[in-house]
Write a protein that binds this ligand. Structure first.
Ligand code: IPE
Ligand code: IPE
Ligand code: MG
Length: 226
């Protein structure tokens, strides 16, 4: 069957999941991390080459400081806990976004996990952190200006975005019933199939992930042709 080489996920709905249970928002994020672990394993088992997870957007800085702190705390714990499994499963961690703006201890943890898994040849787990599609495009433009290149082609441009060297996502999944892109992979999503579901991220299980893929497999892709 046609398994997408690159699947990207906008993991949304953690806050609403918690509110429905009268729990603090962070409990929703904590439960969401469990689904992250599950979906990584499932994608890896299916032979997906790249799994991109939208974890923190450039707009998410607008949230209360306590929530932001909580999210980065969960990220640190996650990386520390999973590194052995990543090694064992030959999984390579990559990060897209402006990581330099994250708290120093978080940057350290990320860099260490990226370094430890750098030689792995299996699935690429690509985490979008302080990521914005517009930020990525502007950043690429500035890098290109720095090189002095005058005639920019699409093929040139692609080399300066965060996902340089990676295929574009064939499938983008968004949970929680929102039907928007929220500044995610603006360049790369030109021809992605978009799959949305009302399921909140903390409820999004392996079975739901497989459903999204089988839905994708039914789509007719024309790429502008007939
Ligand atoms: C997604 O869940 C996680 C992040 C954006 C970090 P939300 O926190 O956006 O959950 P809702 O949308 O408020 O339910
Ligand atoms: C998108 O979710 C960002 C991530 C999942 C990290 P948001 O909850 O931030 O998006 P909006 O605010 O509903 O557009
Ligand atoms: Mg949200």
């Amino acid at each position: 069957m046609d398994i997408p080489k690159h699947i990207a996920i906008i993991m949304d709905g953690n806050g609403r999941w918690a509110r429905k249970r009268n729990l603090p928002r962070l409990s929703g994020h904590r439960e969401g991390v469990k689904r992250v672990e599950e979906i990584i394993r499932s994608a890896n088992a299916l032979g997906v080459a790249v799994l991109t997870l939208y974890a923190f957007s450039t707009e998410n800085w607008a949230r209360p400081a306590t929530e932001i702190k909580g999210l980065f705390g969960l990220l640190k714990i996650f990386l520390r806990k999973k590194i052995k499994e990543f090694k064992k499963n030959n999984l390579r961690l990559r990060v897209i976004g402006d990581v330099t703006e994250l708290p120093e201890d978080v940057v350290k943890e990320i860099n260490s996990a990226v370094d430890i898994t750098a030689g792995n040849t299996g699935m690429i787990l690509n985490v979008a952190l302080n990521y914005g599609g517009r930020q990525e495009i502007v950043n690429a433009v500035n890098k290109i200006i720095g090189t002095g290149i005058k005639d920019v082609k699409e093929e040139t441009f692609k080399k300066y975005i965060y996902t340089a060297g990676l295929p574009d996502p064939e499938l983008i999944i968004r949970t929680s019933g929102e039907n928007r892109i929220s500044n995610f992979l603006l360049w790369q999503s030109a021809y992605s199939e978009f799959y949305t579901t009302d399921i909140l991220w903390p409820d999004f299980k392996k079975h739901d992930f497989l459903n999204a893929i089988s839905e994708y497999q039914k789509r007719v892709k024309r790429f502008g042709g007939l």
